[in-house]
Design a protein around this ligand. Structure first.
Ligand SMILES: *Cc1c(COP(=O)(O)O)cnc(C)c1O
Length: 404
């Protein structure tokens, strides 16, 4: 971001999320261009960053949405995503969510179990509708990523095995109320190696060929999300290499290719800004205590994830010593970085925590009755507030009759 972030931190206060919308546009067009010549749809995974302005920005560029709750479906619709570009995934959809998804007439309900298929069929019957469905197949591939974000092994809770999927397609194809038009897999997140994706793609493409052979015409081939991004010094997958691998493994299939990138679109579009409160040394160890905390950005605490941290606008030549950057929350796990090389810092100095655009604000909570940060968009050099900072009143608004 080539912008005076210090001035923005003064204007909007800290802790603060800032997203570069030009970067998001660039990511979208890069990926879309890599699909050139094929029928394709990019369904942005809303859970990565659900701010309505972020979704609306992508919708204007032509993106669809991949949603994992009816709330996310509502966000996508409110943000202007066409209903025919919305997919609803997730292992545990409630009846009311299924009913609304059918009433909204979105592109696909992505089924994750046989039991769920029966519920969708029943609800579609009640509504007198035919549900367009896809099935999430679990190709049993080790994505070589963090176990918490690995989803494509048989032992994971996501999707169904190939044989079960085939039985489900045969059932759905016969049902008056189900229209099986899609297939889906998503093997994990932050994938930086193409081989597992290629392998999964090949397995699922073979299943589609065998379904087409028995006249079950799969039209949407959804390769999920998971393209890795650079947090540190990772060498990750390029858009071209990604789509080439998909083209190769789906050769000869007449399908529309769908993908569901979340992190790829927004992780490095965003940064989290936090101010130094205090410094202290405990038993020879340097701590920098900041005004942001794990409730704002939980990835370091939850996954031990690395985020690059730098001081903003301090003397670049100052000698750096390692420090743990920690927040005020009452948990030992409340940290943003360990042994981060930082110059001497004073009260109110600004730190930037990079790559915070995905799974940052969306995972924020009110733990310790801390208000959620404000969010700001930057586009063409212009900044605008896209979510106000929460107040105490916002937090307690739903708590009633407490003095009885
Ligand atoms: C989380 C998720 C995504 C997005 O993953 P990224 O790693 O952010 O690209 C896509 N599809 C499904 C089904 C998901 O659960």
């Amino acid at each position: 971001m080539n912008i005076d972030t210090k001035a923005l931190a003064e204007k909007y206060g800290t802790p603060l999320y800032i997203y570069d919308f030009d970067y998001i546009e660039n990511r979208y067009t890069t990926l879309k261009d890599a699909f050139a010549g094929k029928k394709s749809m990019i369904n942005y995974a809303v859970k990565a960053n659900s701010n309505l302005s972020v979704i609306a920005h992508l919708a204007k560029l032509g993106a669809g949405a991949d949603c994992v709750s009816i709330g996310e479906v509502k966000r996508a619709l409110d943000a202007g995503v066409s209903k025919y570009k919305i997919i609803f995934s997730g292992v545990g959809k409630r009846d009311d969510e299924i009913r609304l998804a059918l009433e909204y007439d979105i592109l696909l309900i992505n089924l994750e179990s046989e039991a769920e298929m029966k519920r969708v069929e029943m609800i579609a019957k009640e509504l007198g509708k035919e549900a367009r469905i896809s099935i999430r197949v679990n190709p049993n591939i080790d994505p070589q990523t963090h176990p918490y974000i690995s989803t494509g092994l048989h032992e994971s809770k996501f999707g169904v095995e190939i044989d079960m999927a085939k039985r489900m397609y045969i059932y759905a194809n016969k049902s008056e109320f189900l229209n099986p038009v899609g297939i889906h897999f998503h093997i994990g997140s932050q994938l930086i190696n193409l081989d597992p994706i290629k392998e999964a793609c090949g397995i699922v493409a073979d299943l589609v060929r065998s379904l087409k052979a028995i006249k079950i015409d799969i039209k949407f081939f959804d390769v999920g999300g998971g393209i890795g991004v650079v947090y540190d010094d990772e060498v990750t997958i390029s858009a071209e290499a990604y789509t080439q691998a998909i083209f190769e493994t789906t050769k000869g299939l007449d399908v529309t290719l769908l993908c569901e990138p979340g992190r790829y679109m927004v992780a490095n579009a965003g940064a989290f800004f936090t101010k130094v409160l205090y410094e202290k040394v405990n038993d020879g160890k340097r701590f920098v205590i900041v005004d942001g905390a794990m409730n704002d950005l939980i990835r370091p605490s939850l996954y031990n994830a690395y985020h690059k941290i730098e001081a903003v606008g301090v003397d670049a030549d100052a000698e750096k010593t390692p420090a743990d950057v920690v927040g005020p929350v009452c948990e030992s796990g409340d940290f943003f970085g360990k042994d981060v090389p930082l110059p001497p810092l004073a009260h109110n100095d600004l730190l930037v925590i990079h790559s915070a655009g995905a799974y940052g604000f969306t995972m924020a909570s009110n733990y310790n009755t801390r208000a959620k940060s404000a969010e700001v968009a930057l586009q063409g050099g212009v900044d605008r507030l896209i979510r106000k900072r929460e107040t105490y009143e916002d937090q307690v608004r739903l708590e009633v009759e407490y003095l009885n």
